[in-house]
Design a protein around this ligand. Structure first.
Ligand SMILES: O=P(O)(O)O[C@H]1O[C@H](CO)[C@@H](O)[C@H]1O
Ligand SMILES: O=c1cc[nH]c(=O)[nH]1
Length: 289
């Protein structure tokens, strides 16, 4: 049975709806970033660029770095965008867009997020590189999918109990990154971490400019949470969705985080651009190693 036009949506040129990409335009190693401008900061290191396309916040370049074909694509901010980005990346490799049928033989992508983050721990200062071994999603995205076999329910339950998590918020979920990619991207210049993925940057990360939040202790409670020695290291807005969607769809994913803010000390990075370029080159070289 073929997928209906309302479900698998294609543009007039046959490209997938939001990303605007055709299957042959995607490499099987995909770097995702939040910021559309960061795509240029990565592809400027490529030997050659074969494709540049932008639709909405999804800015995509495909090219080669030291001989390896890589796609770099921005997702914009938040796991609502990640639901779209990961589903459509998967459709490009695992659905025959012309026949509108799922392929018999499935392809697994390597997905590497390169993003920015806020540390919740004094001992993880600004400019650190965190490799997310685990993600805790505050966003609820995974509850909209049937397969929950990969979720670490006992860790989520311990988090809810220890932090007295409000039942007005989505029930948190915990998911592991790809062991293969975590090892590939880790070294003595990175810290392995447990990344909290929030639904926003201000209130959801307990930042107060003018609008107050119900719990001023929230980030302390998050930092104090511990499960068999596992502690949350940092907060951002995409990793849990990338890890969860990758598990459901059979892809490998790792999230690499540059610490810009230290929420425990109140500091913010002074050399964000320089440090992001360092993280980009570090990731590119580990990917091709
Ligand atoms: O730097 P990026 O990849 O956008 O990631 C982080 O920065 C944004 C917030 O400033 C959120 O998307 C968060 O996850
Ligand atoms: O504190 C921070 C810094 C970057 N990105 C986030 O989501 N939070």
């Amino acid at each position: 049975m073929s997928l209906k036009a309302s479900e698998l949506i294609l543009n007039k040129d046959g490209s997938i709806y939001h990303l605007g990409l055709l299957p042959e335009e995607l490499a099987h190693t995909v770097i995702t970033v939040g910021d559309p401008a960061r795509v240029d900061s990565i592809s400027k290191h490529f030997d050659s660029i074969e494709l540049k396309k932008q639709k909405r916040e999804f800015n995509t370049h495909t090219g080669s770095y030291k001989g390896k074909r890589i796609t770099v694509m921005s997702t914009g901010m938040g796991t609502d965008n990640i639901d779209i980005a990961l589903t459509e990346l998967d459709a490009l490799v695992n659905i025959d867009l012309k026949a509108k049928k799922i392929n018999d033989k499935l392809t697994s992508l390597d997905i590497i997020r390169i993003g920015t983050t806020g540390s919740v721990r004094k001992e993880i200062p600004v400019d650190s590189f965190i490799v997310s071994e685990w993600a805790l999603g505050f966003d609820g995205l995974m509850h909209y999918y049937k397969d929950d076999s990969f979720l670490k329910k006992e860790i989520a339950a311990a988090f809810v109990e220890q932090t007295n998590w409000s039942d007005k918020k989505a029930y948190p979920y915990v998911v592991e990154g790809s062991k293969k990619l975590i090892e590939k991207l880790s070294s003595d210049t990175t810290i392995k971490g447990f990344t909290g993925t929030n639904v926003g940057f201000y209130g959801p990360q307990a930042r107060i400019l003018r609008a107050d939040v119900p719990d001023h202790e929230m980030n302390d409670k998050i930092a104090n949470f511990s499960y068999k020695g596992l502690k949350i290291t940092n907060l951002e807005m995409e990793t849990s969705g990338i890890y969860g969607m990758s598990k459901i769809l059979g892809h490998h994913a790792v999230s690499m985080n540059l610490v810009l803010a230290n929420r425990a000390t109140g500091e913010f990075a002074e050399n964000a651009k320089v440090m992001m370029d360092k993280l980009i080159l570090y990731c590119l070289d580990r990917i091709v190693a």
